[in-house]
Design a protein. Structure first.
Length: 98
């Protein structure tokens, strides 16, 4: 989820620049940092705290909707997928082997 979200976040940078007329440097840095954070957190999901960091990242990505309004929608979608992934993962881990 976080890797796919990183791709979408990177693709939102040109939209922020051309449609929302955001400063190119600011949009590039903010989008790049969020995308990089998503990739790093995805690699660290073996640690419990990374799930909290991933949840915080979801809130930050939803917050980018103030610049690119469609990111409100995409952020909520990825947030729901993130929550569903955690829920399914816990169910699989708690399932007893037959």
């Amino acid at each position: 989820m976080l890797t796919l979200q990183a791709v979408v976040t990177l693709l939102a940078i040109p939209v922020a620049i051309s449609v929302a007329h955001a400063d190119a440097a600011t949009a590039g840095i903010a989008g790049g940092v969020l995308a990089f954070a998503g990739l790093v957190i995805a690699g660290l999901l073996r640690y419990r705290w990374a799930y909290v960091a991933g949840s915080v990242l979801q809130i930050l990505v939803i917050g980018t909707g103030f610049v690119v309004p469609v990111m409100f929608f995409l952020g909520v979608i990825f947030g729901a997928l993130w929550g569903a992934s955690i829920w399914v993962g816990r169910r699989v881990e708690s399932a007893q082997p037959r």
